[in-house]
Design a protein around this ligand. Structure first.
Ligand code: NAD
Length: 398
């Protein structure tokens, strides 16, 4: 009788197999603009997926087959639920999960410094339920070092089972796996299917990278591995800083072109015919959204620790922040040409979302412009099919 060779059953190979067979139970923490679509991608591929959020309203909406994101219609949620998707506020369910992905907000605080409280709160909520073999992936945009310097220490110190993260040593039954993988969601973009956007992954060690790459490889067509979580964190910031700086460049050139009587849009269209070395960016009334106005300052903040000033980021921030004030000046000038004052003028603002075709108001320059116009005594109305009303926000009460 031949004896079959014994295959060492490690936590790593067990999880890898579960992922390959789409049996791995996936947890998504934070069911917002990033987390909810990600959960739906896993559900589409028939992974058992559970969404976690502290917002009871969101959880109840999803549990009854509804949606709170305009571009995700309720039938998509219902179809995901039919494939086993559920949502909960109960973190103890994490014990039954195999892979945990964190998609919580990373805003700036009132001093314009990174506010990592959502990440640290989430890490503290996960830690008591962490078990050996868990794969924990951070997706929230943040500065290089967050995964290793902020997330990991909380998970290691506050778990109840004395677990440590796998760091490339020999296999251990007391380990969990950690990786960072940035989100590249582009809300409103209908031209690129989500699974066609390559997914960058950086694990704490090769095993964590393998597992994270296998997991994302099941829902994305291409996974790009980098050498560390910090390299993956920096990749996302490079992408967003690239946009922020180039938008600032065209914003500045637009102001110069106005003075010189040149149409910047004509110039950009002509330059964009160059088949290499030029990518068009367009001027606007200011930056909006949760990413471009926020993320670059995560890096500026971290750079100070290294006694380094990120001058491009600061200059771009300065130019982009001034754009709503330029809009105000131009409105005043246009009225002046009609012998009218801003004070008492009726002004209609078309669009309050931060860009076209989306239901997201975060950091929208329209809100700043409305506030500036109101301060000058203008009577402002707005039109936006996505926002029949604009409620009180963190910064605005219009
Ligand atoms: N929106 C985008 O287009 C986009 C694109 C790329 C990257 N990102 C990044 O992704 C991250 C998430 O962004 P978003 O736009 O999805 O934010 P969001 O505000 O839409 O969603 C975050 C969700 O996390 C929940 N949450 C907060 N704390 C929690 C906790 N402790 N436990 C469980 N849930 C919690 C909130 O209730 C909310 O539902 C951010 O770091 C952002 O920079 C966003």
């Amino acid at each position: 009788m031949t004896i079959p060779p014994s295959v060492p059953s490690t936590l790593f190979s067990e999880l890898k197999t579960k992922i390959e067979e789409k049996r791995a139970r996936v947890a998504i923490i934070g069911l917002g603009y990033v987390g909810l679509p990600l959960a739906l991608l896993y559900a589409e591929q028939k992974f058992p997926v559970t969404g976690f959020d502290i917002d009871q309203h969101k959880v109840s909406t999803l549990q009854t087959g509804g949606s709170y994101i305009f571009r995700i219609p309720p039938p998509e949620i219902q179809s995901a639920r039919a494939h086993g998707f559920s949502a909960t506020t109960d973190y103890s369910q994490l014990e039954e999960m195999d892979a945990i992905t964190i998609c919580v907000p990373t805003p700036l605080n009132e001093y314009h410094d990174p506010d990592l409280s959502y990440i640290t709160n989430t890490a503290r909520a996960i830690a008591p339920h962490l078990r050996a073999g868990h794969l924990v992936i951070l997706e929230s945009t943040t500065y290089p070092g967050t995964t290793e310097e902020v997330l990991l220490p909380i998970l290691e110190k506050e778990n109840k089972r004395m677990l440590t993260a796998s760091r490339g040593g020999s296999a251990d039954q007391q380990q969990f796996y950690v990786a960072f993988s940035p989100e590249r969601e582009d809300p409103g973009n209908q031209t690129v299917a989500r699974r066609d956007i390559p997914k960058v992954v950086g694990g704490l060690d090769a095993k964590a990278s393998d597992l994270a790459a296998a997991l994302y490889g099941s829902i994305f067509h291409r996974v790009v591995r980098v050498s560390s979580p910090a390299a993956a964190e920096m990749t996302k910031l490079l992408e967003n800083i690239y946009r922020c700086v180039n938008i600032a460049l065209v914003n500045e050139l637009k102001l110069l072109s106005l003075r010189m009587g040149i149409d910047i849009w004509e110039v950009i269209a002509a330059a964009a015919t160059k088949p290499f070395g030029f990518q068009p960016f367009y001027p606007g009334p200011g930056l909006g959204g949760h990413c471009i106005p926020v993320d670059p300052f995560y890096l500026s903040w971290k750079a100070r620790e290294w006694d380094f000033r990120t001058r491009f980021i600061e200059l771009a921030g300065e130019i982009n922040t001034r754009m709503p004030y330029h809009v105000l000046e131009f409105v005043a000038k246009a009225l002046n040409q009609q012998k009218k004052a801003l004070n008492g003028a009726k002004v209609l603002v078309l669009g309050v979302a931060y860009k076209k075709d989306i239901d997201d108001l975060r950091e929208s320059p329209s809100l700043t412009i409305i506030e500036l116009l109101q301060k000058e005594g203008a009577r402002v109305s707005y039109n936006d099919p996505y926002f029949p009303t604009v409620g009180k926000g963190r910064k605005y009460d219009l």
